[in-house]
Design a protein around this ligand. Structure first.
Ligand code: SAM
Length: 366
């Protein structure tokens, strides 16, 4: 029997029962701890239930969810890749027609949606559902377009259909202005086969996630300068050079061949904790493998002294209780930023046991 338990009739999430957050497998407790703490700071109590790669935050009482949606910005969240407010749980979907019951359950929300996304946990057991997700995408969109009361017409929230297994799906909504623009929160980036290391993908994703188009164009172009601490073999330096940025690469290890020949790369075999630029630079990027508090303190020093204007810095987190560690480092760094500066952090898809921070002294222009 198909059972689609409807738990909320309206957007914005007037009576949804839970916020569902996709996170990296193994970091569910960090995602949950962060959601509980940030919700409490916004005046909303609650508790979490976790499954592999997925965290449900249940506000108490449940009618506090709209307050949470108002107060909490998706971009603040470190361990959440994507989120949606759940309004239905569909169980027992028949293998020969999953679409009809899903469309019926979706039609229970009487409004239009701007897009339909079929998602699944980014885990060993969830990834095989990618094929089913692809197969369901068009038929579900078509069924929703025909369903009375709901239309996929480019306006309104995004409808998420989260497959948990072949017979179970969650339905939910997210605000396009307060969620990740990519399904599952995973950006599609082209592979950089010429890059000296796969670490290049972390910096590429950080740029895609943290900078808007205007910022990318203005801050990453010829004439801009950067220091890359812990640069070898040179993936991050290579990407900055692709933007035309002049780079000082600091590492005792060797850079890949083509970077050694590049007149706009200066290789300094020095300790990244001691190196300081003679003149302020536009960018500090740092991927040194070190304890988070040392990296946070180093970044805070660069910011307080005005040695850089923007920074992208990776924090390695091999410990348990990552959220608590991260929260402490964010405080250290925020204290060194001017009032209108910005600090964002995210556990990126291309990160492993680490997160990536973005800091700018520049105020938001749009
Ligand atoms: C993860 S790798 C960096 C990879 C690089 N981002 C890339 O894209 O190719 C870390 C680097 O940090 C360097 N490193 C660690 N501690 C350092 C220090 N105190 N000073 C300078 N480099 C350091 C290591 O030598 C290593 O090359």
């Amino acid at each position: 029997m198909v059972a689609c338990a409807r738990v909320a009739p309206m957007w914005p999430i007037d009576s949804s029962d839970a916020v569902c957050a996709w996170t990296r497998a193994g970091m569910e407790s960090d995602c949950a701890a962060e959601l509980v703490e940030r919700a409490a700071a916004a005046g909303v109590g609650g508790w979490c239930r976790t499954a592999e790669g997925l965290v449900e935050f249940h506000p108490t009482p449940a009618d506090r969810l709209p307050a949470l949606a108002r107060e909490l910005s998706f971009r603040q969240l470190v361990f959440t890749r994507q989120w949606f407010a759940r309004f239905a749980v569909c169980r027992g979907l028949p293998p020969d027609d999953r679409v009809a019951p899903l469309a019926r359950a979706a039609a229970a929300i009487p409004r239009s949606v701007s897009a339909v996304r079929i998602e699944y946990p980014d885990t060993d057991s969830g990834r095989p559902l990618a094929r089913l997700a692809r197969a369901l995408a068009r038929p579900l969109e078509a069924a929703i377009a025909k369903a009375p009361g709901i239309a996929s017409d480019g306006e309104g929230p995004i409808l998420h259909c989260a497959l948990l297994d072949g017979g179970t799906a969650l339905l939910g909504l997210s605000d396009p202005a307060n969620s990740a623009p990519w399904p599952l929160g995973i950006p599609r980036l082209r592979a950089h086969r010429q890059a000296p290391s796969r670490s290049v993908m972390k910096l590429d994703e950080a740029i895609a996630r943290f900078l808007n188009d205007d910022e990318r164009a203005a801050w990453l172009r010829p004439g801009r300068t950067a220091v890359d601490l812990g640069a070898a073999p040179g993936g991050w330096t290579w990407l900055l050079r692709n933007y035309g940025v002049t780079v000082t690469a600091v590492d005792n290890g060797p850079l890949a061949g083509p970077l050694q020949e590049d007149p706009r790369v200066e290789h300094r075999t020095e300790d990244g904790f001691r190196y300081r630029p003679r003149r302020p630079v536009d960018w500090l990027v740092c991927d040194m493998v070190e304890r988070p508090h040392r990296i946070a303190r180093l970044l805070a020093e660069w910011l307080s002294r005005g040695d850089c204007r923007h920074a992208i810095v990776n924090l390695k987190l091999p410990m348990k209780q990552r959220w608590q560690t991260v929260a402490r480092q964010l405080e250290t760094i925020a204290a060194a930023l001017p009032g209108d500066g910005r600090l964002l952090a995210n556990q990126l898809y291309h990160d492993r046991e680490e997160i990536t921070l973005f800091v700018t002294r520049a105020p938001l222009t749009r």
